[in-house]
Design a protein around this ligand. Structure first.
Ligand code: SF4
Ligand code: SF4
Length: 470
């Protein structure tokens, strides 16, 4: 949803004329968000603990002797829930990506930026890990502001030094975590156990990603969400007026005004305490309306609820709601648009499910050798010459055999091809297929073959076989 002008913000839209990350003199507007506390924050802490546990444990989980997840883009090896998606599975990969994107669109249309606030690694690490360390070392907002303004005394050097050292260490951990998903824990372990010279690429990867994460969490911070992240930039088209967002109830809150003792209050419930602004990690004023910079972190909900409790007003002036719910009291999670997305998603998942269920461990192409005809053998049988390629669609070594299933059919390889296939490997060669005349019905015939590993059938397919006209 475009951050639309709403009844309460139409009067003053001037905040949209400038980017709140940049001050008038062109320098960066460095934010010092107040330490968040409250019900929603506690929920997020527990969610983060569960999420980080899953995130750090998952690379060690193995299914059928391979990782549960692997995203090795360079070697084009991807494993999702233990299912290996190799270079031959471009359809499977494409459909998985497409259904993932449709899911994101559907999820965002209904729940807004719930992902950003609760599960995005950028927000989770920034707000729940790095920021917490910062609060522990430098103190809350006022102390941080004072420390940054203070001269470089030994106390400041100590605090900044300790903070950056811990930040560097956690960035190193995150770099390792990322590579664990990229190359697997076994490869990563080599950096620890083997000399650096043996794995220069991996070592370089750890160093570069550590530097990137350190830069990101020390300096870039909320700008990763407000400037860099493409998902954040797409909110305007993904959300609509029914999407659930963190929003200020302007109908209840306006006209805002300071709370004065011994004076009957005639305005709205917002007492202009600015707590919701002070606590915001992206430095916005949620009272201006829904804005692209809001990452749905819920900090302003807690901050405002504290104030409402203190002054004896009902909580929820800022809450999870939709623009329609505030404006006209209607709330509709599922609209025609969302049903459309669900239909597309169900279709994509059905096709994906079918592809996964019918997927074979090998993919064989067997084509008649160009420019060749049939060969009539002395015993009356007919031979055709083929070239073949067998692709291993698993991530393990397999030793396949080829078998002709047409009655009486045999095959003979030209030379001695090595049919042992590395994970995602390929083997090719030339083979004669011989079929007795009794199994042939005319000039163009269909010959059935299968690929086996031991007695287990990996794949069944057929090819055309040319014989003389009767
Ligand atoms: S407006 Fe509220 S929910 Fe949005 S980023 Fe700021 S504090 Fe978080
Ligand atoms: S925290 Fe609540 S009461 Fe205070 S300024 Fe924000 S919306 Fe108004």
């Amino acid at each position: 949803m475009q951050p639309s002008p709403t009844a309460w913000s139409v009067a003053d839209e001037s905040f949209r004329d400038h980017f709140n990350e940049v001050r008038e003199d062109g320098r960066r507007n460095w934010f010092y968000p107040q330490k968040p506390t409250g019900t929603w924050h506690t929920r997020r802490v527990w969610f983060t603990v569960a999420l980080l546990t899953v995130l750090f444990v998952t690379p060690f989980i193995r299914v059928n002797d391979q990782p549960l997840f692997l995203f090795n883009i360079i070697e084009r090896k991807i494993i999702v829930f233990g299912l290996f998606i190799g270079p031959q599975d471009y359809w499977l990969f494409g459909l998985t990506m497409l259904s993932f994107m449709v899911f994101i669109v559907l999820f965002t249309t209904i729940f807004g930026r719930l992902w950003c606030g609760w599960a995005c690694p950028q927000t989770v690490f920034m707000e729940m890990v790095f920021r917490k360390i910062e609060y522990a070392i430098e103190g809350d907002r006022p102390k941080q502001m004072a420390l940054d303004k203070a001269p470089w005394t030994s106390d400041k050097i100590m605090k900044k030094g300790a903070k950056w050292t811990i930040f560097l260490f956690i960035s190193f951990l995150i770099a390792n975590l990322l590579l664990a998903y990229g190359v697997g824990v076994d490869e990563l372990q080599k950096i620890v156990t083997e000399p650096v010279a043996e794995n220069p690429g991996l070592f370089f990867g750890v160093v570069v990603f550590t530097a990137i994460f350190f830069f990101n969490f020390t300096w870039l911070r909320e700008q990763a969400c407000t400037v860099v992240c493409p998902y954040g930039r797409l909110q305007g088209v993904l959300m609509d007026r029914n999407s659930v967002v963190v929003a200020y109830d302007y109908k209840r809150g306006e006209p805002r005004g300071k709370l004065r003792k011994n004076q009957e209050r005639t305005g709205g419930d917002c007492i202009s305490c600015m707590q919701c602004v002070n606590v915001c990690p992206t430095g916005i004023d949620i009272r201006n309306g829904i804005q692209m910079e809001c990452v749905s972190c819920t900090a302003c909900i807690d901050a405002c609820d504290h104030i409402m409790e203190k002054v004896g007003f009902e909580k929820g002036l800022i809450r999870y709601t939709s623009e329609n719910a505030i404006t006209n009291g209607t709330s509709k999670l599922f609209t025609t648009r969302t049903y459309g997305y669900i239909a597309v998603l169900v279709l994509l998942w059905s096709v994906l499910g079918y592809m996964v269920v019918t997927r074979t461990n090998t993919e064989t192409t067997l084509l008649r050798a160009p420019g060749t005809q049939y060969i009539e053998n002395p015993d009356g049988s007919i031979s055709n010459l083929y070239t073949f390629k067998i692709f291993n669609k698993t991530n393990r070594i397999i030793h396949p055999t080829l078998r002709v299933d047409t009655p009486g059919g045999t095959l003979r390889f030209a030379g001695k091809p090595d049919l042992s296939l590395e994970g995602a490997g390929m083997s090719e060669g030339t083979v004669f297929i011989t079929v007795p005349k009794s199994s042939l019905t005319g000039r163009k015939n269909e010959v059935k073959l299968s690929v086996l590993e031991g007695s287990q059938m990996l794949e069944a397919f057929s090819t055309t076989f040319i014989a003389p006209e009767e």
